[in-house]
Design a protein around this ligand. Structure first.
Ligand code: 2M8
Length: 451
């Protein structure tokens, strides 16, 4: 046999055949200096909720690496408590990305770690508890003791800076904080109320086609699977305005920047609070009284986002004083909170089963099928994502919807088996889109396989 064929044979033999092994291989290949990047090329840095999902998967077979993933994330925590949504990779190659944010302009940013200046869904406590469950009792206690002060500081920051009027819900100032970046309620708000003059000029002169040529993301993924260039400019413009204010909360709250109580983010925060209470109890600590009061307040205030007419939770726009009545997957994350009423949970489940809405062949689409926004491959405006499936399935199971949760788990695994570890998938025909060998898809596949 010639060398050429021997090599080929060897490759086939060494290639993992089983989904679990393939998922682990994705996480191994995406490992870089103590953390896991979401995907080669498009996403070369560390992201907050990505690392939490990764840690949840890792906990099943390499608990030490799972801990390291979280500890690495905490190296980026600001002295005011914020955990930033990104920690930038070192090196000259990534200088431009770091300079885009210039986190060093804030007195709270950590020394020697370049980060973004906003946060992302607070999944840290979930990841911490999932890791804790894999440890023997004494190690679990030590682990919780180590991260507890960071978590308390983070949750206190969310209340102090992001709920300045003590309304119970935290507000977000940039769509990237939702994790559902281009979700319609946010994009519609940006288009309506935050189109800067220069973006308007770009639109009028049709310069977006020129700008499209220098976009970094569309070098890796077809433009039809990402934001349109005009929408991307709106998002970028907000970043520029935040940077201009050196991320000062006082300045941001006084400004006209978007301020939105996001249904998805607050649902995840409620669950994180429950986990934090559990962590405190396990190590015999008492949460600060003010935090305990805030937590109770949030659970009640969340129900104010409910619309009886539409049978769902809507984001609330603090600047206009109105709800943003555009359906999107954030509403279903309410199930994950675990604190909504049984009646409201049932109403959401009806929508999950309705083929006109979220009950597609490969659920759960990030936007309902009958929405004018729906596009099956457009980033957060239609595709099915494994992370939102995981969160919703987790919530459904806790509300007793075991069959519905199992269906989401099975269809998620089928998607990955059929198409590979992609970032997102068409909810109609399962075709893959976005980045390939995507870490949270792999990590949550591992968790689904272990359930
Ligand atoms: C996407 O967001 C980043 C910006 O934060 C991007 O578009 O470049 C989102 O899907 C977000 O949820 C995710 O954390 C990030 C990395 O996977 O990518």
């Amino acid at each position: 046999m010639s060398d050429k064929y021997q090599d080929k044979d060897k490759k086939t033999k060494d290639q993992p055949t089983d989904l679990l092994e393939k998922a682990k291989e994705v996480l191994n290949n995406n490992y870089q200096n103590g953390h896991t990047i979401p995907a080669e090329g498009l996403y070369p840095h560390q992201w907050l909720w990505d690392s939490c999902f990764v840690a949840i998967g890792l906990a099943h077979y390499d608990v030490e690496r799972a801990k390291m993933e979280i500890l690495n994330l905490l190296k980026g925590q600001w002295s005011n408590g914020m955990v930033p949504h990104m920690i930038f990779a070192d090196g000259f190659r990534h200088r431009q990305d770091r300079e885009l944010w210039r986190s060093y302009s804030s007195p709270y940013a950590p020394d020697g770690v370049a980060t973004s200046g906003i946060t992302q869904p607070p999944l840290l406590a979930e990841a911490v508890v999932r890791i804790g469950k894999k440890l023997p009792k004494d190690e679990r206690q030590a682990w919780y003791r180590k991260v507890y002060p960071h978590l308390v500081k983070y949750h206190k920051w969310l209340y102090r800076d992001r709920d300045p009027k003590n309304e119970g819900l935290v507000l977000l100032i940039h769509p990237w904080e939702t994790g559902l970046d281009s979700t319609p309620p946010w994009m519609s708000e940006l288009r309506q109320n935050h189109t800067a003059t220069w973006v308007w000029v770009v639109k009028k002169l049709k310069l977006d086609k020129v700008i499209n040529k220098i976009r970094r993301d569309t070098r890796f993924v077809p433009p039809g699977q990402r934001l349109s260039t005009l929408d991307a400019l709106l998002v970028f413009n907000l970043l520029r305005r935040l940077r201009h204010k050196s991320y000062s909360n006082t300045k941001i709250m006084k400004s006209k920047l978007p301020k939105i109580e996001d249904a998805g983010f607050n649902a995840i925060f409620i669950r994180a609070n429950t986990h934090l209470e559990h962590i405190a109890k396990t190590i015999g600590r008492e949460l600060p009284q003010s935090l305990q009061n805030d937590i109770k307040h949030t659970e009640k205030a969340y129900e104010e986002l409910w619309s009886d007419a539409a049978n769902q939770y809507f984001n609330f726009n603090i600047n206009t004083g109105n709800p943003i009545q555009i359906p999107a997957i954030g509403t279903l994350l309410a199930l994950y909170s675990g604190k909504i009423s049984k009646e409201h949970a049932e109403k959401l489940v009806e929508q999950i089963k309705n083929p006109e809405k979220y009950g597609t062949k490969f659920p759960i689409p990030s936007v309902p099928r009958n929405s004018e926004w729906f596009q099956d491959h457009r980033y957060w405006q239609g595709p099915t994502w494994i992370n939102t499936n995981w969160l919703i399935a987790d919530g459904l199971a806790r509300y007793g919807y075991k069959d519905e949760a199992a269906h989401i788990r099975e269809t998620s695994l089928r998607l990955v088996e059929k198409a590979g570890f992609y970032e997102y998938f068409s909810p109609l025909d399962s075709s893959p889109a976005g980045a390939h060998n995507f870490s949270w898809t792999a990590a949550l596949t591992i968790d689904f396989l272990n359930q």
